[in-house]
Design a protein around this ligand. Structure first.
Ligand SMILES: CC(C)(COP(=O)(O)OP(=O)(O)OC[C@H]1O[C@@H](n2cnc3c(N)ncnc32)[C@H](O)[C@@H]1OP(=O)(O)O)[C@@H](O)C(=O)NCCC(=O)NCCS
Length: 260
């Protein structure tokens, strides 16, 4: 009953995620399916997708579970549990050493029952539309070595699939992408807070924006507030398996709840 999600199901999946108020676009879902054709799962009922979960692997070091969602009318029937089993089994089958996810309060008990433990809080911040004059910034390639230092794993396959342009220097980079409800700022990775600040100033236009950050990085919270963001949702980053050495003080915006 669990089947692989395919590109032709994207319109059905978008109905599901839009009904839940999620920010994902058809491009976000399509990118995930293209990157992980054997790692995106769904359950269908009555000719439409009613539940999903995705697994994004970063080599054998880390896999990220995301898009865990069950349509309101089909909840409490064990669908998310079955999809989580498919994702966790796939990660184990690939010999992945650590699996992580960003849990909502609704999903937390489910993940605990699979053995996931809390790692740290994570927050979604939002900036309402307001007049803005983005400052110019240099563009360039993603400094993948810096990203690896920050996140502890090689994310280049995923990062390179995100839409550009990349605002970048040796010590920092930032990406943005459109969202269904607001533009998304992230990932933003910088060795020095001043670079993260400068990159954020270069990308914020007068639309609505989301930014997801680790509140343990106090500088990230300060910069987000100075740019008009405020926290709107609180989630918990959870882990199954071995801890990974990260530099959270370099992370000023994550890549997304579905990717870490
Ligand atoms: C979280 C969610 C995916 C669970 O989906 P589901 O298909 O209803 O889950 P299942 O039926 O497989 O239930 C599995 C377990 O989840 C927990 N759970 C499910 N719904 C819950 C709820 N409304 N409140 C508290 N716990 C809940 C229970 O521990 C349940 O175990 P049980 O079967 O022993 O009662 C669903 O509520 C949802 O889509 N919520 C909105 C999106 C979201 O928050 N997703 C999680 C992103 S990290």
């Amino acid at each position: 009953m669990v089947r692989l999600l395919t590109l032709d199901a994207v319109p059905s999946v978008i109905e599901l995620s839009a009904a839940a108020g999620w920010n994902q676009t058809p491009e976000d879902w399509s990118r995930m399916i293209r990157l992980e054709p054997e790692g995106c799962f769904c359950i269908e009922r009555d000719g439409r997708v009613v539940a999903t979960a995705t697994l994004l692997c970063f080599g054998a070091e880390l896999a990220w579970i995301g898009m865990v969602l069950t349509h309101r009318d089909y909840q409490r029937r064990g669908f998310a549990r079955r999809l989580m089993s498919a994702a966790v089994d796939t990660a184990r089958g690939r010999g992945v050493r650590s699996v992580k996810l960003d849990a909502t309060d609704q999903g937390h008990a489910l993940y605990e029952s699979f053995g996931f433990v809390d790692e740290q809080p994570i927050e979604r911040w939002r900036r309402e539309p307001r007049p803005a004059e983005p400052e110019p910034a240099a563009t360039g390639p993603v400094p993948h070595a810096l990203d690896r230092e920050a996140c502890g794993v090689d994310r280049s396959r995923f990062i390179d699939a995100l839409p550009g342009p990349v605002r970048a220097c040796d010590e920092a980079y930032a990406l943005t992408r459109p969202g269904a409800r607001a533009n998304y700022a992230g990932p933003i990775v910088a060795r020095h807070p001043r670079d993260a600040d400068r990159l954020l100033a270069s990308l914020l236009d007068d639309g609505a924006w989301y930014l997801d950050l680790l509140p343990s990085n106090q500088a990230a919270r300060i910069i987000a507030s100075e740019h008009g963001f405020a926290p709107v949702r609180h989630l918990t980053r959870m882990r199954l398996g071995q801890p990974i050495q990260t530099r959270d003080d370099y992370v000023f915006g994550i890549a997304g709840f579905e990717a870490g």
